[in-house]
Ligand binder design. Structure first.
Ligand code: ZN
Ligand code: ZN
Length: 159
């Protein structure tokens, strides 16, 4: 994605396409997995060709993007929130959080029953998002874990 496309997307959501917002949006586009505000800030800091963005701005921009419907919180661990692009990660799959290495895995094969959500709508409720996170140890971190390909079993894409 280039800057012009990012500009258009931000404007289509009624947001002013400031340089910092565009830089943050492009970085989110590059990152195919979920991220926290801290991780996003680190990724931006490592990119020397991009606009400087401080952590407070990253937090503020995530909130703005969330309200505009560009981002969604996909998991909440303690006070730490993980986000994902809405078109990359719908609310139909849960996540696994490893308490040791703190990685978040998409559990795309575990489908949630959307009927429960439809039933809520039938009685006038307005469900907005669903967070389901299984916590524990990943194959690499659990004792006797027999992960063959280490890093590779981390799910990067959600589509
Ligand atoms: Zn782990
Ligand atoms: Zn996911």
């Amino acid at each position: 994605m280039n800057e012009n496309t990012a500009n258009d997307i931000l404007r289509s959501k009624g947001l002013a396409a400031t340089k910092q917002r565009v830089a943050i949006f492009l970085k989110i586009e590059e990152c195919n997995c979920h991220f926290t505000a801290g991780e996003l800030h680190r990724m931006l800091a490592e990119d020397k060709f991009r606009e400087r963005v401080d952590l407070a701005t990253v937090y503020r921009t995530i909130k703005t993007f969330e309200r505009a419907g560009l981002l969604r919180c996909v998991a909440e661990i303690g006070s730490c929130r993980y986000y994902g692009r809405i078109d990359n990660c719908g609310f139909e799959h849960p996540h696994f959080y490893c308490r040791k290495c703190r990685r978040l895995f998409c559990l795309k094969t575990m489908k949630l029953d959307s009927k429960d959500i439809e039933n809520l709508e039938k009685i006038g409720f307005e469900p907005q998002f669903l967070l389901l996170t299984v916590e524990g140890l990943c194959a690499q971190c659990s004792e006797g874990g027999h992960s063959k390909n280490g890093q590779d079993d981390r799910t990067q894409r959600s589509d």
